[in-house]
Design a protein around this ligand. Structure first.
Ligand code: SAH
Length: 515
C-alpha cells in the first residue's frame, strides 16, 4: 500500500516518555504546542498536558492493555476523522508509541484510511528505569543484550506465547512490562526453565518521577519483596546481573527533594518555572493558583499617568513585580504606543525577577536593592535617589502602603494600579483534598495576598494538619510569613532571599534540617 505522506501529516503518534516532563522530546513539545486535538492514554501524566496548546481539545482514552478490545476501532475512528477534518492531532502515548503502545496498529489504520502521519519516539520505561535506578541495562561483563518483554501476553493469542525457556536462557537483561500483577507466575516460569534463583532483580513504579519507588531482591524473592514494599501495577520488572550493580540510592533518589510533596500557589502564568525547578530536585509538585492577574478593571488612571510619563512629568517609575512591568508594556501596546514613551524616566525594580522582566524589553533598572527584595529594601535603596523628585509606583490593585509612605517622606509619590490581582482558588480543587489527606507536605506561599487567599480556603482538617506540622507553610519573606501568622497559622520557614528561588532553597533547607 502506498504511503500517504505526499500530503502533510495530520496525525502525530507521539511518545510522551516515562513521566518526567524533562524527558519529553523537543519534537513532542513542538507538536503539543500546535495541536488542535490531543488524544492521550491514561498512563500519560496530566502534567505533560501543560505543554499542549491551551486551545486544544484534550481527550483521555482509557487505553489499558487487554481491557475493552472493542474500543480501539473507536480510537482509530477518532484519529482518522479529526485528521481528515484538517486538525493537527497528537496521539500521545506513555513511553514510546511503538513499544507495547499499539502505535503500530494505529499507524496501520491511518495508512489504510489515507491519513498522513508522523511517529515521534519517546523514552521507553526500560530506558528510564535504567537511568533513574542506575541499572546499566547492558554491561560488558554480564549483559550483552536487552529484551523488552510483555508480562501480559494475551492468553488466547494462538501460537504466540512467550517462549519462557528462551527468556530464561537469554544472555542479558529482561525488562518486563505490564507484568507486576502476574509477577509470581513470571518468576515461576523463569525458575522452572532454569534461570538462577539468585539472579538480581527489581521492580520499579513510576520510574523517572518524584513518585518513583523500587525494590530489589534475588529473583526467587522478588514478589515477596515487592509485596513488603507495597509496590503495585503498573510497574516494570528488571531481571539480570546488572541489577546487582545498582547503588543503594540512585542519583535521582538522592536529589534533595526526591519524593517530597510540594504545593506551588503562584498564578498559573508564573508557576511553570518554579514547578520545573522543584521537579528537577525530585519533588512531586501540585499546583493551586491562588491569585490571578488581570487587566485593571479601570485602565483610565494608568492611561493618564502613562501620558504624563511621556510628557516628562515623572522622574521615576517604580515596579514592585514582574507583573507590573508586563502590565505597563502591554498597556502601552494596547494604546498604540511603545517604549519610547518612557523617555528619560528612571526605573526601579524591587528585585532581580522584576529587573529581569525589564531586561526582556531591553530596559535596565537604575535601582535594584542589593539583597532585601521587599518594600522595605526598595524604600531603603531608593530613598537617597529620589529626594525632591516625582515618583510613580506601578503596582497591583491591592498591596502594602509601606513603599509609598516611606518615599513620601522625601518625594512626591503617586501609586497607580497597573494590574488587578483577584483571588482565584477553585474551592473544588482536588489539591485541597490532597491537603486534607496529608498528601502535600510543603505549601509555598509566594506573596501575602497568596497566603491570605489560600488560608481563606483552608478548613479545620487542613488547619489541624498545619498545626501538627504535617503540612508546613513556607513563606517567601517575613512579610508573607506575618500574613499567615496573623491568620493564626504557624510558619515552618521563611526564605532569606525573597524570590521563588529563595523559596525553593527554604524548602530544601527544611528537608535537610529534618533528615
Ligand atoms: N509505551 C510504553 C509502555 C506501555 S505498556 C513505554 O514505551 O514505556 C505500560 C507498561 O509500561 C506498564 O505496565 C509498566 O510496565 C511500564 N511503564 C510505563 N511507564 C513506566 C514508568 N514510568 N515506570 C515503570 N514502568 C513503566
Amino acid at each position: 500500500m502506498s504511503h500517504p505522506i505526499a500530503s502533510e501529516p495530520r496525525v502525530f503518534l507521539v511518545g510522551a516518555g516515562p513521566g518526567n516532563p524533562g524527558l519529553l522530546t523537543v519534537r513532542a513539545a513542538e507538536l503539543l504546542a500546535r495541536a488542535d486535538l490531543v488524544v492521550y492514554d491514561q498512563l500519560v501524566p496530566p502534567r505533560l498536558l501543560d505543554y499542549a496548546n491551551p486551545a486544544a481539545e484534550l481527550v483521555c482514552v482509557r487505553d489499558l492493555p487487554g481491557h475493552h478490545p472493542d474500543k480501539y476501532p473507536h480510537i482509530h475512528r477518532r484519529l482518522i476523522e479529526a485528521g481528515k477534518a484538517g486538525k493537527v492531532v497528537v496521539r500521545l502515548k506513555g513511553g514510546d508509541p511503538l513499544v507495547f503502545g499499539r502505535g503500530g496498529e494505529e499507524a496501520e489504520a491511518l495508512r489504510a484510511a489515507g491519513v498522513g502521519y508522523e511517529i515521534v519516539p519517546g523514552v521507553t520505561a526500560a530506558l528510564a528505569a535504567g537511568a533513574f535506578l542506575e541499572v546499566p541495562l547492558t554491561h560488558r561483563q554480564s549483559a550483552s543484550a536487552v529484551a523488552l518483554v510483555t508480562g501480559h501476553e494475551l492468553p488466547n493469542k494462538a501460537g504466540n506465547k512467550l517462549d519462557w525457556q528462551a527468556l530464561a536462557a537469554f544472555p542479558g537483561t529482561l525488562c518486563i512490562y505490564m507484568g507486576v500483577a502476574r509477577l509470581p507466575v513470571i518468576v515461576a516460569e523463569l525458575l522452572k526453565h532454569g534461570k538462577n534463583p539468585d539472579t538480581p532483580a527489581a521492580v520499579v513504579e513510576r520510574a523517572s518521577t518524584g513518585d518513583q519507588r523500587s525494590v530489589s531482591a534475588r529473583l526467587a524473592d522478588l514478589d515477596e519483596a515487592r509485596r513488603q514494599a507495597g509496590l503495585e501495577a503498573p510497574g516494570l520488572i528488571i531481571v539480570g546481573e546488572p541489577v546487582g550493580r545498582r547503588p543503594a540510592r540512585s542519583w535521582w533518589e538522592s536529589r534533595p527533594l526526591f519524593g517530597r510533596r510540594v504545593l506551588v500557589t503562584r498564578p498559573a502564568h508564573q508557576a511553570a518555572e518554579m514547578v520545573r525547578k522543584l521537579e528537577h530536585l525530585g519533588a512531586v509538585v501540585s499546583r493551586l493558583p491562588t491569585v490571578e492577574v488581570r487587566e485593571p478593571a479601570d485602565s483610565g488612571p494608568l492611561d493618564r499617568v502613562l501620558g504624563e510619563v511621556r510628557d516628562g512629568k515623572w522622574d521615576w517609575l517604580v515596579f514592585t513585580s514582574a507583573n507590573g512591568v508586563q502590565a505597563v508594556v502591554r498597556r502601552l501596546d494596547a494604546l498604540g504606543r511603545d517604549l519610547r514613551d518612557l523617555g528619560a524616566v528612571k526605573l526601579a525594580a524591587i528585585g532581580p525577577k522584576t529587573a529581569a522582566a525589564l531586561r526582556e524589553y531591553h530596559l535596565r533598572a537604575d535601582v535594584v536593592p542589593d539583597s532585601t527584595y521587599s518594600s522595605e529594601g526598595l524604600a531603603e535603596a531608593l530613598g537617597p535617589h529620589v529626594a525632591g523628585s516625582r515618583v510613580l509606583l506601578a503596582r497591583a490593585n491591592r498591596g502594602r502602603e509601606l513603599l509609598r509612605d516611606e518615599l513620601a517622606k522625601v518625594a512626591t509619590v503617586e501609586q497607580v494600579t497597573a494590574y488587578d490581582q483577584v483571588d482565584a482558588i477553585d474551592p473544588d480543587a482536588g489539591v485541597l483534598d490532597k491537603l486534607r489527606r496529608g498528601e502535600v507536605e510543603f505549601v509555598t506561599l509566594s506573596s501575602s495576598n497568596i497566603a491570605r487567599g489560600l488560608i481563606g480556603a483552608f478548613d479545620e482538617t487542613i488547619r489541624g494538619r498545619v498545626e501538627r506540622g504535617e503540612v508546613k507553610l513556607v513563606a517567601i519573606s517575613p512579610e508573607t510569613g506575618r500574613a499567615a501568622r496573623e491568620l493564626g497559622y504557624p510558619v515552618a520557614a521563611e526564605a532569606t532571599e525573597f524570590t521563588a528561588d529563595g523559596l525553593i532553597v527554604a524548602v530544601v533547607k527544611l528537608v535537610r534540617g529534618s533528615s
